[in-house]
Design a protein around this ligand. Structure first.
Ligand SMILES: [Zn+2]
Length: 196
């Protein structure tokens, strides 16, 4: 069984609770790296890699607090870079109601989740993510991406970006590219899956 690596700002409480509930309900262990800020300069890649080696996917929880603190945003970027280098798929799970200008250099999957407003909370988001996490948890190889039925792929229209990423909701719900953060609309048919 593969674990799930989660990176986030501790202040994005609702997203953190959502993802921990998803993992608990799926029976999959959620992992994260606990930074010791008293020994920040002595933190090594190996410490983080040791945990990531037991994980099948990284989920970056993109809430409004990820860019409030330079320590948080820089360490998030480092974790995403390490995961990508290890062949671990990177998911960006964004708070639906937060407008977040936080470019993520490597994105395999992008989904916007309604966690902030209980009146409009979508239980389908919870059950969908539960299935996704469960699929990664039972991924026998623990490396490389899994095939999620119904996944579509978008390519960023911005000239200097052109990032390709999987989306898990209708195109009209995707308002920007998570890599360059440029707002855009997609009206082209989905791209076929890419191998990495
Ligand atoms: Zn882009």
């Amino acid at each position: 069984m593969g674990d799930i690596f989660i990176c986030h700002s501790r202040r994005d409480h609702e997203l953190v609770v959502f993802m921990n509930e998803v993992c608990a309900n799926a029976g999959i262990r959620a992992r994260e790296f606990e930074f010791n800020f008293a020994a920040l300069g002595r933190t090594t890649n190996e410490e983080i890699i040791t945990i990531m080696e037991e994980c099948s996917a990284l989920f970056l929880l993109l809430g409004k607090n990820v860019s409030c603190n330079l320590h948080t945003s820089n360490w998030i970027s480092a974790e995403v870079g390490l995961a990508t280098g290890m062949g671990i798929p990177v998911w960006v799970v964004e708070d639906w109601f937060a407008s977040i200008d936080f470019p993520v250099p490597f994105v395999d999957h992008y989904i916007r989740i309604n966690v902030g407003d209980p009146a409009h909370r979508d239980p389908e988001h919870h059950s969908y993510m539960q299935e996704v996490v469960r699929a990664y948890g039972s991924h026998p190889a623990r490396r490389g991406d899994i095939v999620i039925p119904g996944t579509n792929y978008l390519q960023c229209n911005t000239g200097g970006c052109q990032a390709v990423f999987a989306v898990h909701q209708p195109f009209e719900h995707i308002e920007k590219c998570p890599v360059c953060t440029v707002s855009q609309h997609w009206d082209s048919p989905p791209l076929p899956p890419i191998s990495r």
